[in-house]
Design a protein around this ligand. Structure first.
Ligand code: GTP
Length: 598
């Protein structure tokens, strides 16, 4: 029988509603870290995360709390990533818990991510404790938010805890509520081992480490563990808990949260959602809910300097060590040379990886516009997965093309319903549902092509609603669609890295706008450069970058040599992010231009 004094819980919240701040307060209050040791935002440990103010990699921490009933409880707080790209990871860390604090900002109220997370928590049968945060703000409206929680989620919020993670109000009440409301774990210590992996991390000394919740049985050093999805076996070298620093313990048993190290070389062998069992006494079946993480968004990454190719590969491998959901394979582009096609969970994941490559690995990269995976049926009846528009088969060999679609939920003040509907119409959305969350806020549900979301949906949503809308989406399958590929010719030469796939109804417009945009981006050279966009053999738009006036330098020859040097240096710096394609120099912006043309 698992210990009655364990409580496993998560905090679920919309981005910026105060999840990390509250976690810090709980850690501080229970004394896991002294105030001085307490660096700001302990759970968001990566620099990038801190900078962007969002939680990407989930982690766990064990808190020891002496409750008012005089007993000491072991509280395991499991952190969840706060972004739509990582929904599956969120669902697995919630599966490791019995309860969740639902943190809602007292000014903002319920947002799309709040709802999405609540649904995940309900699917996992968690006890939900509503916490209304930021009540210290003058504009806080706790009663309104309380009403929203009741109306939208159907949760009794009459006893919602009013808190301020910033000031520290409500922290003790939250801890007490966790102890009294969240059920203790159920599992049996003596049953065959079942441990749920909710995260994993690569450590240079210990190998790939699994972060687990033991559901049944026990695991200790020396256990031969078996991954139930692959059947692979490893000998356990260490088990431990997070204090939040990793601390080795004798064993982990039913109900507990901790880590398992087994000199595993690759994080691919510690997949989130997988079940670890004991090879000598295996569980009959794995825990439910495992699925392989699948990349949804792809782009090409090319080194600006050809010589950096090997370094780029090594860096991708290093990042992959810690992030099994990042996939990549070598790709050759006629225009850009040797690089990699990389797959990501979503747009944010993509941006993070790109930024880390440039910042931590000091690489200078050309990135092509992101694409989704199209399912193309050719005339032989084969279905091809196309993750690079340049690889789309010629039109006469295509039978059908299907594109991924998502079910998107948008929460917005009622005043903006019109603009949102208009936007979704433009983005080829299908209306599914609409209801009132409160008197003044509306939830809209649409089916939208994922490619339209990748295109510029977030930016449009933000600008058309003054930032008041929030969005959540999940993959809803594939739909056949009338899609065409647009190619771009520069100086008569096809630049494969600029090709993109678009709905026929928009092809003319986007082809036209792209060449206009490129005309502004591609610097003048000594000769005239025609830019054309074409579908098949048909030119749909053309612009020209006029030849450079020869006197750019001549102008500076007034004796002022330093000015001339400055100009040359400026040109050199500008060149860093350029790629020579044929005899035309193309700056990085050009490859992203397709995303910024509406
Ligand atoms: P993600 O990590 O992106 O999920 O965000 P989060 O929900 O963890 O939010 P975070 O804790 O980073 O807080 C967001 C902002 O709100 C920060 O600037 C906090 O200082 C502020 N904040 C958090 N709690 C409170 C509060 O109780 N009162 C006030 N006034 N500000 C708060």
């Amino acid at each position: 029988q698992a210990s009655q004094r364990i409580r496993n819980f998560s905090i679920i919240a919309h981005i910026d509603h105060g999840k990390s701040t509250l976690a810090d307060r709980l850690i501080e209050y229970t004394g896991a870290l002294s105030k001085r040791e307490m660096e700001e935002q302990v759970l968001d440990s990566m620099d990038l995360e801190r900078e962007r103010g969002i939680t990407i990699k989930l982690q766990a921490v064990r808190l020891s709390y002496q409750a008012k009933d005089g007993e000491v409880y072991e509280l395991n707080l499991i952190d969840t990533p706060g972004h739509v790209d990582f929904t599956y990871e969120v669902s697995r860390s919630l599966a490791a818990c019995e309860g969740a604090l639902l943190v809602v900002d007292a000014v903002q109220g319920i947002e799309a991510q709040t709802l999405a997370n609540v649904y995940l928590a309900l699917e996992n049968n968690l006890e939900i404790i509503p916490v209304i945060n930021k009540i210290d703000l003058p504009s806080a409206e706790p009663e309104r938010v309380q009403q929203e929680i009741e109306d939208v989620i159907g949760l009794d919020a009459s006893d919602a805890i009013l808190a301020s993670a910033k000031v520290g109000t409500g922290v003790e009440e939250i801890l007490e509520r966790i102890v009294t409301m969240v059920p203790p774990p159920q599992g049996d210590d003596d049953a065959p081992l079942k441990a749920l992996i909710f995260d994993s991390k690569f450590d240079a000394y210990k190998g790939a480490i699994s972060y687990v919740r033991v559901v049944e049985g026990r695991v200790a050093k020396g256990t031969t563990m078996k991954m139930m999805s692959t059947g692979k076996e490893f000998e356990v070298t260490e088990v431990g808990v997070f204090t939040p620093a990793m601390k080795i313990v004798e064993e982990l048993k039913a109900g507990q949260v901790g880590f398992i190290a087994a000199s595993i070389k690759n994080v691919k062998d510690t997949q989130v959602g997988d079940t670890i069992t004991d090879a000598e006494r295996p569980a009959a079946e794995p825990l439910p809910g495992y699925r392989k993480s699948t990349p949804m968004v792809f782009c090409g990454l090319y080194p600006v300097e050809t010589n950096d190719y090997n370094r780029l590969r090594d860096s991708l491998e290093k990042l992959h060590l810690n992030d099994a959901s990042l996939v990549f394979e070598p790709e050759t582009s006629a225009a850009l040379g040797f690089g990699f096609r990389c797959g990501f969970l979503g747009l944010l994941h993509m941006e993070i990886i790109q930024e880390r490559l440039e910042r931590e690995y000091d690489l200078n990269l050309i990135t092509t516009a992101p694409s989704v995976i199209y399912k193309v049926k050719n005339i032989l009846g084969e279905v091809l997965d196309i993750d690079n528009p340049a690889n789309l088969p010629p039109v006469d060999q295509i039978e059908t093309i299907a594109e991924p679609v998502v079910k998107a939920t948008i929460l917005v003040p009622a005043d903006f319903v019109g603009p949102i509907m208009e936007l979704n119409q433009e983005k080829r959305g299908t209306y599914l549902a609409m209801d009132y969350v409160s008197k003044s806020r509306v939830r809209l549900v649409y089916e939208l092509p994922l490619s339209e979301i990748v295109f510029d949906y977030f930016d449009e949503l933000k600008s058309r609603t003054k930032g008041y809308a929030s969005l959540d989406y999940e993959l809803a399958g594939y739909k056949e669609s009338d899609l065409v590929k647009i190619d771009v010719l520069l100086n008569g030469e096809l630049v494969d890295a600029l090709s993109f796939i678009v709905h026929r109804s928009k092809s003319y417009n986007r082809g036209r706008k792209l060449v206009e945009k490129l005309q502004g981006i591609i610097p003048r050279q000594m000769f005239e450069i025609p830019i054309q966009s074409v579908i098949g053999n048909r030119v749909i738009a053309r612009e020209t970058v006029r030849a450079m006036r020869k006197d750019v330098l001549a102008k500076c020859y007034g004796g002022d040599i330093s000015r001339k040097r400055k100009l040359l240096e400026k040109q050199k710096a500008g060149k860093k992010r350029m790629k020579q394609v044929g005899n035309v120099e193309i700056p990085q912006d050009a490859f992203m231009a397709v995303l910024k043309i509406e």
